[in-house]
Design a protein. Structure first.
Length: 378
């Protein structure tokens, strides 16, 4: 045994493999270094040959909080750090589109008089009213007709007159049959014809008016014709003057006429005139009518008429004061603007001495009339 132990020791020292397995004895200087441990690859770890070391945990990146998520309550936007005074090169630009969406606010700056009137105002923002001021004095300091200084006063006056004749003095003509109607009433039925015609321009016109009234089968009870010169005194009213001649009743009468015709407020058509006969008798007439358009073609027209006299005229059956009056309502249908049949009703009555004169002549003082007629113009 004592001999065996030295032998084994000598054997272990001489064989590196035995020394590695024995783990005893001092290292020998000539011994080769131990090979490095084999690396554990993911393939070997998958076959169970080794185990990969646990990777060091990396911190999870923080999720960015967008304005949309903050609006839905998923996160809170951090308070923006106060930015240093921005230079023009780095300052964010606020466009009118962004200002309209509420992302920013445009700076208020004075707007020059020649700039775009919409500049500096977001969509939907009320713009300030422009300043109201009279024209500068220099605007009224020039001549009334500046072209006279270039082309001469005489030549420009001739040109302006030619322009007025061609564009401002148009001559036109109109013939209107305002009422051509049969009057159905108690007793003998009657008729009424009332029409007018004019020729001229916007300012001056020549008017012809006529009115004929009577009973069927008899001579007209009243027939007159008027010739008038009409002068426009404003865009709504015409002043008229001329003569009137009555063929009926007998005896005949000639009158001087002074009247006014036009459109009153609320579109009432007015015709009023004063007549002075060749015997000095003074009478007057007032007519008013209004067109109420029910549809584009159906029109309702109320109408009133008064006759007055300053004195009694027994031979003509006219009494002083309010001698007669008529109120009517006509409903017409415009087949065309130039042609419109109508139906209606009218009530007429005489007053005072006029009513007495009619009764004495065997006529009625008044009554109700049913109307069937036509209105036309050319």
């Amino acid at each position: 045994m004592k001999r065996l132990i030295p032998f084994l020791l000598a054997t272990g020292l001489g064989s590196p493999a035995l020394a590695q397995h024995s783990g005893h004895g001092a290292p020998v200087q000539s011994q080769a270094p131990a090979p490095a441990a084999a690396a554990c690859t993911p393939e070997h770890a998958a076959m169970g040959h080794c185990k990969l070391p646990a990777p060091a945990p990396t911190p999870a990146p923080a999720l960015a909080c967008s304005p949309e998520h903050a609006a839905m309550g998923h996160c809170t936007l951090p308070a923006p750090a106060p930015a240093p005074a921005a230079t023009p090169a780095t300052a964010p630009t606020c466009t009118p589109e962004h200002a309209a969406m509420g992302h920013c606010k445009l700076p208020t700056e004075p707007v020059a008089a020649t700039s775009d009137p919409h500049a500096g105002h977001a969509m939907g923002e009320e713009m300030p009213a422009p300043p109201v001021a009279p024209p500068p004095p220099g605007a009224l300091s020039g001549p009334a007709h500046a072209a006279d200084a270039v082309f001469g006063r005489e030549s420009m006056a001739e040109a302006r007159e030619e322009l007025r004749r061609e564009h401002g003095s148009i001559v036109a003509t109109k013939v209107m049959l305002d009422q051509l109607e049969a009057r159905i009433r108690k007793g003998r039925d009657g008729y009424l014809v009332e029409g007018e015609a004019w020729y001229g321009g916007d300012i001056n016109k020549l008017w012809l008016k006529t009115e004929i009234e009577g009973e069927f089968g008899r001579s007209p009870e009243h027939a007159e014709v008027q010739a008038l010169w009409s002068r426009a005194i404003n865009p709504w009213w015409n002043l008229q003057g001329g003569v009137r001649y009555d063929f009926r009743p007998d005896p005949e009468r000639a009158h001087l006429v002074l009247g006014i015709e036009g459109l009153a407020p609320y579109w009432f058509e007015i015709n009023a005139a004063v007549f002075v006969s060749h015997k000095g008798e003074v009478t007057a007439r007032f007519e008013a009518e209004y067109d109420q358009r029910l549809t584009q073609k159906l029109i309702l027209q109320p109408r009133i008429e008064f006759d007055l006299a300053a004195q009694d005229v027994p031979e003509l059956g006219i009494g002083s004061g309010l001698s007669s009056a008529e109120a009517g309502l006509r409903l017409r249908y415009e087949i065309a603007p130039e042609f419109a049949p109508y139906v209606g009703v009218a009530y007429e009555n005489a007053f005072g001495d006029t009513a007495d004169f009619r009764r004495a002549a065997g006529d009625r003082a008044g009554g109700l009339n049913f109307l069937v007629g036509v209105r036309a113009w050319f």
